[in-house]
Ligand binder design. Structure first.
Ligand code: ATP
Ligand code: MG
Length: 428
């Protein structure tokens, strides 16, 4: 029997994992500057946490959920996205309370699970980085979140982003628009896809998001939500646009954008790139928006939120395709060659001492001959090769070679054990 990873999953091997760490470190650093702090929530939640929040007509809930009954007959789901779990934690831990600074700004990164047809940049287990900010209705917070996203991508080395924004308005906006959409689509009912027929009365906005070609033809002529905004919704959107302009952030309004999750209202946005690495045309690499009402949906008080999520697989594919230089964090400072059995304890002592002085150090564990050990030091790109042979052991010294300059010294063993930095200074 040969075991293979489940369809739609990936092994991120050493070498590639460096790229992931690089991305994660940048994200943590950018978030820190905006006072977003990390939250870690479970990889699985009660099914209802997602069905209540994503909307039971969303693709995620109807088709993509990894859900099961556990041994205690609980209906459990692996998380398909990050927001619902964060909101659940926000409510359960009363993070809306007076002792928590508002807005409460938080971020997460980690695995998500969706039962999808795997393809490039689309997996069943994938990773997202996401942010959420709770407790302010100010359009300035929407704009901070968008600006932080832009900043993040700049730090990732991706600059050719397109920002599309739209508004889904408030409750009244949506009710008015909903009826207008139904009235518009109803005459075409028989020509709509099966999915869209089901959704037309339950949630007509979903039809706008349909990937069906025929549906898209009707959608092109559908009424625009921008014509149904209440004064409040309009004012919010106008301020968002004005603040984006004030920050010099280019955007375009896409009035047909609705997003795949049902919980959004007011501002929604997507960052898109045109890169062959991700398929034809523009691909969304980061998406988010406002979700006033979500906290109440999960039993909390009336607290609004705004956030975004970005797919790490697509981001890293994109960075690789764009030729972003990832730093090599696997650099080895020193490789210690031991000659003869007598050197075994001494080489071990040396590598341990170097590590305790904060150097990355390694030695041989395969009883390799000296020649093969020197070769290994080369392959590992060690900056210094140290050698302990019979002569050195007898004299209590160690041979140190600077691989960049070729300079070599014989140093007292004690000096290497206690102050290697000083020893290598003499080889420059
Ligand atoms: P799509 O339209 O591509 O299916 P979506 O609307 O389902 O995307 P969101 O739920 O908004 O995506 O998730 C945010 C980001 O997470 C996406 O922009 C994408 O980068 C990433 N993402 C979503 N699903 C997957 C997946 N199955 N595999 C890898 N990344 C994904
Ligand atoms: Mg999807």
């Amino acid at each position: 029997m040969r075991y293979q990873r489940p369809k739609g999953t990936a092994d991120i091997l050493p070498g590639a994992s460096q790229h992931w760490q690089y991305v994660e470190n940048i994200a943590r650093d950018v978030f820190r500057k905006y006072r977003f702090e990390e939250i870690r929530t479970p990889l699985f939640e009660n099914f209802e946490v997602f069905s209540r929040t994503s909307g039971d007509t969303s693709d995620i809930v109807t088709k993509e959920m990894y859900d099961f009954k556990d041994k205690g007959d609980r209906h459990i789901s692996l998380r398909p996205e990050g927001t619902a779990g964060v909101v659940r934690a926000f409510v359960e831990n009363k993070l809306y309370g007076p002792e928590v600074q508002k807005p409460f700004k938080t971020y997460y990164m980690g695995q998500m699970y969706r039962y999808e047809r795997p393809q490039s940049g689309r997996l069943r287990e994938f990773h997202q980085i996401g942010v959420e900010a709770f407790g302010s209705d100010e359009p300035a917070l929407d704009v901070e979140v968008i600006a932080m996203g832009m900043d993040l991508f700049k730090h990732f080395g991706i600059n050719n982003l397109r920002l599309a924004i739209n508004t889904l308005g408030d409750k009244e906006t949506r009710e008015n628009y909903r009826q207008a959409l139904i009235d518009f689509l109803e005459p075409h009912f028989d020509e709509l896809s099966e999915d869209s027929q089901v959704r037309l009365h339950k949630n007509p906005l979903r039809v706008l998001d349909s990937k069906d070609k025929q549906d898209q033809k009707f959608v092109a002529d559908a009424p625009s939500i921008l014509d149904y905004l209440t004064d409040d919704a309009k004012a919010h959107f106008e301020t968002v646009k004005a603040l984006l302009t004030a920050l010099g952030i280019d955007y375009e309004v896409d009035s047909t954008m609705v997003r795949g999750l049902d919980y959004y209202n007011h501002t929604i946005f997507e960052f898109m790139v045109d890169s062959k690495a991700l398929g034809h045309g523009y691909t969304t690499v980061c998406a988010g928006g406002r979700y006033n009402g979500l906290v109440e949906e999960l039993g909390g008080p009336e607290v609004s939120g705004v956030g975004f999520g970005l797919g790490m697989e697509r981001l890293i594919l994109l960075m690789e395709a764009e030729g972003v230089e990832f730093p090599d964090t696997r650099k080895l400072d020193a490789y210690v060659v031991g000659i003869g059995d007598a050197a075994d304890a001494a080489t071990l002592k040396v590598v341990q001492a170097l590590r305790s002085q904060d150097f990355a150090a390694d030695r041989d564990y395969l009883a390799r001959k000296p020649k093969a050990q020197f070769k290994t030091a080369d392959r590992l790109n060690a900056a210094y090769t140290l050698t302990l042979g019979e002569a050195e052991l007898a004299a209590n010294t160690i041979h140190v070679k600077n691989m960049a300059t070729g300079n070599e010294v014989s140093a007292p063993l004690d000096d290497v054990l206690t102050d290697f930095a000083n020893v290598i200074a003499s080889t420059n």
